[in-house]
Design a binder for this molecule. Structure first.
Ligand code: GTR
Length: 307
């Protein structure tokens, strides 16, 4: 885990989320260790070769507005997701294998895939943060982009210690409604990424009508804690309208707690966020995490967690 804390804040609230390419890619800081897991998953030789690996230092800084977080009094905790489970269709090299019983070699059909494994890892990170006296563990906002946004939603639903949840462009299996079958479908995601969900999810390939739940119910499980869902206008694959509708349909559950959700039935205009306990925005641009996204998340997190 890489942890940045703001100076002069006794116990810092935090954004916490996984990164795709290694801790050393999120900030251009020569002190960040290049992890062995990163080398194993990204280099053919699987050994840390400082000369080669130095080239990737700082290559993802555009996705992590750390200066903005620090200026706003927030810290950042981030972990390379491959530390917990490499993102491959292989159930022997991730955390799952340590839980197998008897001669088990793969998870049972109703047991966890990679997304649930990554979420589990976030909860273990939270176990640590609760022990860190420099951190305000009651104000940890779990964040994730794309497959890691699916992961942050599941972490938020399964672990109430996360004070707030952010899904950035999470799409199918994240914030987007599966039954709309728009952009990435259940069949498509289960075929391209067979290791992400439990095997039972395959029963709904080209059979979304039979799903007993849809993703707005996942969002509702996070209530009454603050939830932010964000889409991008050029990210049709993630179905922005389906992501918006899920926040709308999760809203009645927030209302049971007297919390404000998304109050308009119409898709908001681009770059005009709705920020209540449930927040939503669609920004211009493509599938990514931008400074615009972080400006919104920071403003909203301050309002929600410090009002
Ligand atoms: C895509 C996948 C999406 C999303 C994305 C990502 O290939 O179809 O569901 O998860 O990857 O995580 O970058």
């Amino acid at each position: 885990m890489l942890l940045y804390l703001p100076k002069g804040v006794e116990k810092a609230p935090l954004f916490m989320g996984y990164n795709f390419y290694g801790n050393h890619t999120v900030v251009n800081d020569p002190h960040i260790l290049i992890s062995e897991a990163w080398a194993r998953n990204n280099d053919s030789l699987g050994i840390v070769d400082n000369h080669l690996d130095e080239k990737s230092r700082g290559v993802r800084t555009s996705r992590w507005a750390i200066e903005k977080m620090i200026d706003a009094g927030f810290g950042l905790a981030t972990i390379y997701y491959g530390e917990v489970d490499p993102d491959k269709d292989d159930m022997s090299d991730g955390i799952q294998s340590l839980f197998y019983t008897n001669y088990q070699q793969v998870p049972a059909d109703n047991e966890w895939g990679s997304i649930a494994a990554w979420s589990w890892g976030l909860s273990r990170a939270m176990d640590y943060l609760e022990e860190d006296i420099d951190v305000d563990a009651s104000r940890v906002i779990v964040f994730g982009h794309s497959r890691l946004g699916k992961t942050s939603l599941w972490a938020g639903a399964t672990d109430q210690r996360f004070a707030a949840v952010i899904s950035n462009n999470s799409g199918c299996g994240g914030a987007a409604l599966s039954k709309r079958k728009f952009g990435e479908t259940v069949w498509r995601i289960n075929t391209a990424f067979p290791h992400w969900f439990c095997n039972n999810f395959n029963s709904y390939n080209n059979n979304e009508e039979q799903l007993p739940v849809d993703q707005h119910e996942l969002l509702a499980l996070i209530a009454p804690r603050p939830l932010y869902v964000a889409s991008a206008a050029e990210d049709e694959w993630a179905d922005p309208y389906g992501e918006f509708l899920a926040t709308l349909y999760a809203t009645p559950v927030y209302q049971l707690y007297n919390k404000r959700g998304v109050n308009s039935t119409e898709m908001p205009t681009v770059n005009e966020p709705i920020q209540n306990t449930v927040a939503y925005h669609i920004r211009t641009g493509k599938h990514d995490v931008t400074n615009y996204d972080w400006d919104q998340y920071i403003k909203w997190a301050k309002e929600q967690l410090f009002k």
